[in-house]
Design a protein around this ligand. Structure first.
Ligand code: SAM
Length: 318
C-alpha cells in the first residue's frame, strides 16, 4: 500500500485510542472529565482492555509526575507530546494543578484540525487555555501562553517542526519531557530514531517516555500484527525494538546515560498502589486472567534520560 493510505490508517488509530480511554473513564478506572469531548460514538471495551488502559495511564502518570516534581517547581519545564492525537492530558493537568511551563502537542493536520474544532466548541477547554489564545495555519494550530498545538509530520522533525516549535516558545535549555504514546512504533525506525538522536544531542536536559507494543513473534503477537495488517497498519518499530532490552538499547546506543523498560504486567504488579488495585478489582469482573497477562506482556513503557553534569545527577538521583 502507498504511504498516504498507510498514513490515513495510522491517523485512524487515534479514534480507537481515545474511544478506549473514554471506556476506561466511563467504567470508573480513569479520572478525566475531558475525554468525552473527543469521542463521537462512545463504545464499551472489554474488561481486559479497560484494565490495560488503566495501568498504561497510571504508569505514565507515575513517570510524568516524577519528571514534573524534579527540582520542586523551581525549574521551568516543558512537555512535548509527539503524535498527541486527542490526548487530554494538558487539560487534566491544568485542573489538577500540575506544575509545567508549557505543553506542546504535535500531530498530522488532519488530526489537529479536529482537535482545534472541538476545543473551540467547548468553553471548559477554552477556559483552561485562557483568553490569550491564537489559532493559526488554517485552523490546525493553537498558540497560547502555556499550550501549543502544532500540525506537521514527525518525519520532518529537525527541518520543519523544531524551527516552528522554537517560534512558539520551545526552549532547548529547560528540562523537557518527550512523550510518545503508541506513535513512534508506526514510524520507520530510521525516522523515529532521528528524533531520539536529535533530543539526546540538542536538549540540555530531556526525558523520553514511550508506551508501545513489544513481542511480535509469539502467537499472541502474531495475531495482534495480523489484525493490524488487515486494516493496513504495520507496526514498523516493533521489529527493531521487539523486547524490553532492545527498547532500552535504543537510547543507550545513542548516548543517553539511563534507560529503563518495563511491561504492563510489571507496572500492574509492582508499581500500582494496593488500594488502587483493590478499587479497580471491584469495577468489573475479570475472568480472563490468562488473557490479561498475555495482553499485558505485549505492551511496555520505556523511558530514558541523560545525566550530563552534577546538577542533573542531583535532580535524577532517585
Ligand atoms: N498519543 C495519543 C494517545 O495515546 O491517545 C494518540 C495515539 S494514536 C494510536 C497515534 C497518533 O500518532 C495518531 O494521532 C497519528 O496521527 C499520530 N502520528 C503517527 N505518525 C505520525 C507522524 N509521522 N507525524 C505526526 N503524527 C503522527
Amino acid at each position: 500500500a502507498d504511504t498516504s493510505s498507510q498514513d490515513n490508517a495510522i491517523r485512524g488509530t487515534n479514534d480507537d485510542a481515545v474511544t478506549s480511554k473514554l471506556s476506561a473513564v466511563t467504567t470508573g478506572y480513569i479520572n478525566d472529565v475531558f475525554v468525552k469531548y473527543f469521542v463521537k460514538r462512545p463504545s464499551k471495551r472489554p474488561p481486559i482492555i479497560n484494565r490495560g488502559s488503566y495501568v498504561r495511564n497510571a504508569g505514565l502518570d507515575i513517570l510524568i509526575t516524577k519528571f514534573l516534581e524534579v527540582g520542586e517547581g523551581n525549574l521551568k519545564k516543558q512537555i512535548v507530546s509527539l503524535g498527541a492525537g486527542s490526548d487530554t492530558r494538558y487539560f487534566h493537568f491544568k485542573i489538577t494543578s500540575r506544575n509545567f511551563h508549557k505543553y506542546f502537542e504535535i500531530d498530522f493536520p488532519e488530526i489537529t484540525s479536529k482537535k482545534v474544532a472541538i476545543i473551540r466548541r467547548n468553553n471548559d477547554l477554552l477556559d483552561l487555555i485562557g483568553t490569550n489564545m491564537q489559532i493559526g495555519k488554517g485552523g490546525t494550530e493553537i498558540y497560547a501562553p502555556d499550550y501549543c498545538l502544532m500540525s506537521g509530520d514527525l518525519r520532518s522533525w529537525a527541518d520543519n517542526l523544531v524551527p516552528r516549535l522554537k517560534e512558539h516558545g520551545f526552549d532547548q535549555s529547560i528540562p523537557t519531557l518527550f512523550l510518545s504514546e503508541c506513535v513512534l512504533i508506526y514510524m520507520d525506525p530510521i525516522d523515529s530514531n532521528k528524533i531520539v538522536q536529535w533530543v539526546g544531542d540538542n536538549m540540555k536536559l530531556a526525558m523520553f517516555i514511550v508506551f508501545e507494543q513489544i513481542l511480535p513473534n509469539d502467537p499472541f503477537g502474531s495475531v495482534m500484527l495480523q489484525n493490524l495488517r488487515a486494516i493496513n497498519i504495520e507496526l514498523r518499530g516493533i521489529y527493531a525494538y521487539p523486547d524490553l532490552q532492545s527498547q532500552k538499547d535504543r537510547y543507550l546506543l545513542r548516548g543517553w546515560t539511563h534507560a529503563e523498560a518495563v511491561d504492563i504486567n510489571e507496572i500492574h504488579d509492582k508499581h500500582i498502589d494496593s488500594k488502587e488495585l483493590f478499587r479497580i478489582s471491584k469495577l468489573e469482573f475479570l475472568d480472563e486472567l490468562e488473557e490479561w497477562r498475555l495482553l499485558a506482556a505485549h505492551y511496555c513503557i520505556a523511558w530514558a534520560y541523560s545525566v550530563k553534569d552534577a546538577l542533573d545527577e542531583s535532580l535524577f538521583d532517585n
